[in-house]
Design a protein around this ligand. Structure first.
Ligand SMILES: Cc1cc2nc3c(=O)[nH]c(=O)nc-3n(C[C@H](O)[C@H](O)[C@H](O)COP(=O)(O)O)c2cc1C
Length: 229
């Protein structure tokens, strides 16, 4: 445990968590624009700024969520992400960490491993942006190399931290990439844009059990090697 006093930014970082149930209260359009502006202050390799964002609210959000939920209910096997987000084959220590967060989440909301109907319903919440009044779809030009995915990570974190600092919560969602065909059609995406992820943004439903999910982290000593000789 560090003895360094937390800075205001440390406090925001430590208070962010993925939120998977939201109040209906709308997010002011100016605030959404502000957090995107802050996100875009992220560093990027040679300042290429590879991010492209679709902001969905109101009818546009409903049209997309309805279309993707219909596909998720009726033809999930037809939809695959444009990039792989699980290593194949899975391996340690990543497999155990992935399993733990899934088990913790489902046990918190009382859904058994074999309850496929309830698991489907919970996974479906992803495609409703977990009830958030606003959602983002992020794309990247598929011709860009790996380095620009690093840029996008910095952009995402800036976005989530700026949102948190204004009382908003978020959940970054790679699951959306599975339904890129439908998103492409709904948002009229040009062919060169690859659907990277979605993100729910709004005000947390503080009494929802799922929002009590606390995730742990390995200590610094487990992932950092300090070299001074
Ligand atoms: C690239 C990325 C994709 C993610 N995709 C999803 C997703 O599709 N659905 C979801 O519920 N959470 C998703 N998450 C949230 C992670 O599960 C979460 O960040 C992780 O368990 C740590 O928890 P925390 O964000 O509360 O600290 C994603 C996070 C990242 C960084």
């Amino acid at each position: 445990m560090s003895t360094i006093e937390s800075s205001p930014i440390d406090t925001v970082i430590a208070s962010r968590q993925s939120i998977r149930a939201y109040k209906k209260d709308p997010v002011p359009a100016g605030l959404i624009e502000h957090v995107l502006d802050m996100a875009s202050r992220a560093p990027s390799a040679t300042n290429m700024q590879p991010w492209k964002v679709y902001v969905l609210t109101g009818n546009a959000l409903k049209r997309l969520t309805d279309a993707v939920c219909t596909a998720f209910d009726n033809e999930p096997e037809k939809h695959q992400p444009e990039y792989s987000y699980y290593p194949d084959p899975p391996f340690e220590p990543y497999l155990s960490r992935r399993r733990k967060v899934g088990q913790d989440m489902y046990s918190l909301i009382g859904i058994a491993r074999e309850d496929h109907v309830k698991r489907h319903q919970q996974q479906r919440r992803n495609f409703e942006f977990f009830g958030a009044p606003a959602g983002f779809i992020f794309t990247i030009d598929r011709k860009l190399p790996c380095v620009n995915f690093i840029d996008y990570g910095a952009f995402f974190e800036n976005l989530m931290l700026s949102a948190k600092s204004h009382g908003l919560d978020t959940c970054l969602q790679a699951f959306w990439s599975d339904y890129h065909l439908i998103i492409r059609e709904q948002l009229s995406l040009p062919a060169e844009e690859m659907v990277l992820a979605g993100m729910a943004i709004g005000y947390a439903a503080t009494d929802a059990p799922i929002n009590r999910l606390a995730t742990d982290r390995e200590p610094v000593s487990a992932f950092a090697t300090f070299l001074d000789k």
